[in-house]
Design a protein around this ligand. Structure first.
Ligand SMILES: [Zn+2]
Length: 337
């Protein structure tokens, strides 16, 4: 195993710096009243993390560049992460983080239209923030080389990929923000899938579904690509998977419907696969992770590894599986139209 060279370390540090840029996203499209200080905003509420934590820690695959660079040499692994440090992004100021998300943080999750809109908004904010920073970081590196230099190519390619995602994500984010500013939540759509089990995994993410869960093509990556938000949270101490999208986004609706049409006993396995495939913020109870088969652990870690390549595009059978991973016993599916 080749060690990481000092030059690679300094590159990683510089690149991570660009990925960690601080910005209150509520300002991006004309909001005001920032208090100036950018906080480490939690994408998954601490109160939720505490429900699956063991001695204050959850188990997750690290998402920062330096552990990823090391894991690319030694193999991808999940490790213990303190809940104070898990799933935080510097994308809101203290005031907006508190005020915007109070209906999620200070009240029980009952999936009102307002709560669903806020869940969607926060998942989209994470995507806008991550893609925008990845675009900037890649552009900064690409600029260092002449266009004829082959070393420029991977950065230029990454720049184009993230830029396309950022444009589509910002469009969706703007629409969602508009609903929040007007306190009118009629454009939010959702599928809420409730399970009957002890929660072992939490996840938040937003992605552009290319195929539905049985491999039917839904869309291409374009500037207008539809986004879907995906959460695995707990309500009444039981797991709930929530898909959110905006009115008129047909590929997202078709993705959610195809998920809900599968046999109940397969829904847990599908949800966990989607969480590992797409969601930057997925964590679990350590003992659950150790209880699943070695083969499943390898498959899920492989998903994270592939998803970490900028140019990776899922194919039509990316969600197929031969054996069940787990079954949290789905008890109901509700749609918000
Ligand atoms: Zn702010």
């Amino acid at each position: 195993m080749k060690p990481i060279t000092p030059m690679q370390w300094s590159f990683l540090k510089r690149y991570q710096g660009a990925l960690d840029s601080k910005e209150c996203l509520s300002k991006r499209f004309g909001g005001d009243g920032c208090d100036g200080r950018i906080v480490h905003a939690h994408m998954i509420p601490r109160s939720q993390l505490a429900q699956i934590a063991v001695q204050g820690h959850v188990h997750a695959v690290p998402t920062r560049l330096s552990p990823i660079a090391q894991m690319k040499r030694s193999g991808f692994q999940a490790e213990d992460i303190g809940i104070g440090n898990f799933s935080t992004l510097q994308c809101f100021c203290a005031r907006h983080d508190k005020n915007l998300f109070a209906p999620l943080e200070d009240a029980a999750l009952t999936f009102t239209r307002e709560q669903l809109t806020l869940l969607h908004y926060r998942a989209m904010a994470a995507e806008v923030y991550i893609r925008g920073n990845a675009e900037d970081a890649a552009a900064n590196e690409a600029r260092k080389y002449l266009s004829s230099d082959p070393r420029r190519e991977p950065f230029y390619q990454a720049f184009q990929i993230h830029s396309l995602a950022a444009i589509a994500a910002e469009e969706n984010f703007k629409r969602t923000e508009n609903m929040i500013n007007l306190s009118g939540y009629d454009e939010i759509r959702a599928a809420i899938i409730r399970f009957d089990a002890t929660p072992v995994l939490l996840s938040v993410g937003a992605f552009r579904p290319l195929y539905n869960v049985v491999g039917t093509k839904l869309q291409n990556f374009s500037e207008e690509a539809a986004y879907i938000g995906m959460h695995i949270l707990t309500a009444d101490k039981m797991p709930v998977a929530i898909f959110t999208w905006l009115k008129g986004e047909r590929p997202s609706k078709r993705f959610a419907k195809s998920f809900c049409l599968q046999p109940y006993k397969e829904l847990t396995t599908l949800a966990v696969q989607i969480a590992f495939e797409y969601a930057e913020h997925t964590c679990m109870r350590r003992d659950w992770w150790m209880s699943i088969s070695k083969r499943w652990r390898a498959l899920l870690l492989n998903r994270v590894e592939t998803a970490n390549r900028a140019a990776w595009v899922p194919d039509e059978d990316f969600l197929s599986f031969e054996s069940l991973l787990d079954d949290w016993k789905c008890r109901s599916i509700d749609f918000v139209n």
